[in-house]
Design a protein around this ligand. Sequence first.
Ligand SMILES: C[S@@+](CC[C@H](N)C(=O)[O-])C[C@H]1O[C@@H](n2cnc3c(N)ncnc32)[C@H](O)[C@@H]1O
Length: 245
Amino acid sequence: MSEQDHIIETFTEMASRYESLMNSELNRLWGVSYLDFIQELINEIDFVGYQNILDIATGTAFIPQYLTAQKIPYHHVVGLDLTFEMLSNAKEQIGKNNNNSSIQLVCASAHAMPFKKHTFDVVTCCLATHHMNVDLLLRNSYSSLKPNGMFHAADVGGSKKWKIGIIRTLIKVVAFVYFMFAENLTRARAESEAIANILTVSEWREVIKAQGFVSIKARELKSKRFWAPNPIIIEAKKPMMEERK
Ligand SMILES: C[S@@+](CC[C@H](N)C(=O)[O-])C[C@H]1O[C@@H](n2cnc3c(N)ncnc32)[C@H](O)[C@@H]1O
C-alpha cells in the first residue's frame, strides 16, 4: 500500500469522529481547541472583495462551513479532499445546516487538482500539509490562484534537529508508537510517514519563494506543551506579474 492509501484508510476510519478527535488531540498537543486553531488561520485572511476560495484537504469542510456561516456568507467556497468519506461527512453536515448553496466539494488530490489556472482568490490548507508533497501542493496552489491571490496554511512545524537522520528516525518511531496506542495501526503508519514532510519556518519560506510567491510571512505559534513541536502559520501572495517559469 502507498502512503496515499494509508492516508485514505486513516481518514476513512476517522471521518465520523474527526472533529471531536481533533479537538482533544490539539488540546493535548498544543493546549488549544480545534476551533481556536482554525480561527488563528482564518483571522489572518483579508476576505474583502474576494469571491472564490479553495480549501485544500478540507476534511469535513469545517473551514468552508465556518466561512459561509460566519465570515463571508456570499462567497463561493470549494473544499477539496482526497478521502471520500470525509467529504461524505461534510456533505451531511452542510445539508443539515442548510448551507449548501455556496459550498462545492471535490474529491481529488492536492497533488493533481482539477482546476483551471487563475481560478481562486484565496487558497487555504489547514492541518494537512504534513501529509503532502509540499512542493506539489504549492505549485498547484500557485497555478490555481489568480494574480494577487493569497495562499494561507497552518500546520505542525518541525525543528532543524529533525533533519538529523537519527533524530528523524527516533521521532518517526515515537509518532508510530504514540498513534499505535492512542489510535490504530493505519493512523500510526500515516502519521509516522508524514514526519518527513514537516518543515521548519525557514524551510517554508524557501519552498514558497521557490514557487514564485511573494510577501511571504511564516510564523511559529507557541505550543503550551514544552515537549510538543510548535504550529506554524504561513501566508504568501501570488504576484500580479508572474515571475515564475
Ligand atoms: C487532519 S485532516 C485536516 C482537515 C481540515 N483541513 C481541518 O482543518 O480540519 C487532513 C486531511 O487531509 C486530507 N489529505 C491528505 N492528503 C491529501 C492530498 N494529497 N490531497 C487532498 N487531501 C489530502 C485527508 O484526507 C484529511 O481529510
